[in-house]
Design a protein around this ligand. Structure first.
Ligand code: NDP
Ligand code: 2IT
Length: 454
């Protein structure tokens, strides 16, 4: 490649790169989607920086260092032997130990875990902490399983996983279907097998090395980022109607932070449909929903039976009128068509609290329509950021106070926002997609250059 590439040549290189990626990863659409989203920002950025091309940095970055796949046998309450598949994708350790969550959901497959591990690499770089990227999980469906079944599954999962992880090697955490209960079961099993009490998982309970603010960090961080995007563009989050999807860890804490900052959270959802509260959920209602979707493992529709001002609807919440959208459930939950509806209804900002919740066509539509678009790797980085702080506390065998951690989270989200502005801010409106991809890329790429061809 010549020293300075023309925009047309850059597009050709990108096209060829994506053809190669698709050929090498057949049947992995989510992974290819995530690679395209990053590569479309990075190719123009490195057009006049041949060192990255000469060293095949983007080619190496799109290949996980290691993908581990394993059998997870467990016994159900009827004494029947069941078998699931587990994975750990150790994607990139250039800037620190692999770090990223574990997802238990029937849809989990290698494509989804590779997209998540790839994204995690850039996200973790953005936090400014020394963490590489990884992700894991199983195609296990926790719905309808008893407490003891979940415990036996987690123990079996860790009985294989323990040999691949370690406090300085790979530090998993939670994600969809994996919360405090599952982390407790897995940490207990790790400790039992290895006879070591170390910070090998994050998101732990307070009694055994967890960090204050970790539970709240992703949802709170996402709303801090939304506030920062609006403030950067001379607007305020106060009084804004916010559409939220999901009703799990991320969604409920996003709703709570909206309320604390004077915004009006009007929707939440689960895989059965969404609820709408035009006046905005109260803290009491959010607490009730946390309990419903947490310990009670119920359905979001039950909220409409409990509260007079809440209605339940089938489908997703993107047709409801709102100023901002914060998708907080799962990947590809806003299609290009739904993006068009949101734009028509006047949405001014979208903050991706889930990982890759917008299809590529939706991302393009938001940017084209000058909607402020906060990409997941920046918006939801507060979760893994506080996980990094949990690792520091565990290594030092100390526990920081809540006020200190709240401030560290808020500062981290401001720094991530400012890095996005630094690399994506030369238009009339900041391009956060470009900013986050480039800011995340530079540190990992330069570390890889330092190591030579590994
Ligand atoms: P939870 O398991 O706590 O909640 C997930 C929520 O999303 C539930 O309401 C669930 O509904 C809904 N959901 C999951 N899958 C689907 C689906 N296929 N279709 C419709 N709804 C679905 O997970 P989290 O809140 O932890 O995670 C939500 C998102 O945030 C994920 O994308 C995750 O990767 C991302 N994230 C999480 C972080 C964390 O710290 N937990 C950090 C950064 C990102 P139902 O109950 O019906 O299944
Ligand atoms: O997607 C994510 O960033 C997470 N699920 C959190 C990862 C972590 O290690 O805290």
């Amino acid at each position: 490649m010549s020293k300075i590439s023309t925009p047309q040549k850059t597009q050709e290189y990108l096209h060829r790169y994506m053809e190669g990626t698709q050929k090498r990863n057949p049947g992995q659409p989510e992974f290819c989607q995530a690679v395209y989203e990053v590569a479309s920002s990075i190719f123009p950025y490195i057009a006049d920086k041949p060192i990255y091309h000469e060293n095949q940095i983007l080619e190496r970055m799109a290949e996980p260092e290691r993908v581990l796949s394993f059998r997870v046998p467990w016994t159900d309450d009827d004494g029947r032997i069941r078998t699931n598949r587990g994975w750990r994708v150790q994607f990139n350790s250039a800037i620190g130990p692999y770090k990223g969550g574990i997802r238990f959901h029937p849809s989990v497959n290698e494509s989804i875990l590779k997209f998540l591990g790839f994204e995690q690499t850039f996200k973790n770089s953005l936090t400014g902490l020394p963490m590489g990227g990884g992700k894991g999980g199983a195609n296990f469906n926790p719905k309808g399983k008893s407490h003891n079944e979940v415990m036996r599954f987690c123990q079996s999962f860790m009985t294989e996983l323990y040999r691949h992880i370690g406090e300085d090697t790979d530090v998993p955490a939670g994600d969809i279907g994996v919360g405090g209960r599952e982390i407790g079961f897995m940490f207990g099993q790790y400790k039992r097998i290895t006879n070591r009490f170390v910070g090998v998982l994050t998101g732990k309970g307070m009694e055994f090395g967890g960090s204050k603010m970790r539970t709240e960090a992703t949802g709170y961080g996402a709303i801090f980022f939304l506030r920062n995007m609006l403030a950067q563009h001379k607007d305020s989050i106060e009084g804004k109607k916010v559409l939220i999807s999901g009703a799990g860890n991320v969604a409920t804490h996003a709703a709570e932070k909206c309320l604390q900052l004077g915004a009006i959270p009007v929707t939440m959802s689960d895989s059965g449909g969404f609820i709408n509260c035009p006046d905005g959920f109260t803290q009491e209602q959010i607490d009730w929903i946390k309990e419903l979707k947490g310990a009670r493992r119920g359905r979001i529709s039950e909220a409409a039976d409990e509260f007079n001002n809440i209605t339940f609807h089938e489908g997703r919440p993107w047709g409801v009128d709102g100023d901002c959208a914060v998708p907080s459930a799962t990947q590809n939950e806003i299609s290009a068509k739904e993006a068009a509806t949101l734009i028509k209804n006047g949405v001014m900002a979208v903050a991706e609290a889930a990982n890759m919740p917008c299809e590529q066509g939706a991302v393009d539509a938001f940017i084209e329509a000058d909607v402020l678009f906060g990409p997941a790797k920046a918006v939801n980085a507060g979760g893994v950021g506080v996980s990094g702080l949990e690792m520091s506390q565990n290594s030092a065998r100390i526990a920081w106070g809540e006020d200190q951690l709240r401030k560290l989270l808020e500062d981290m989200m401001r720094d991530i926002h400012d890095s996005c502005v630094q690399y994506g801010g030369d238009g009339k409106q900041v391009n956060y997609l470009q900013g986050s991809n480039i800011a995340g890329f530079v540190k990992v790429a330069d570390a890889m250059l330092s190591y030579g061809h590994v």
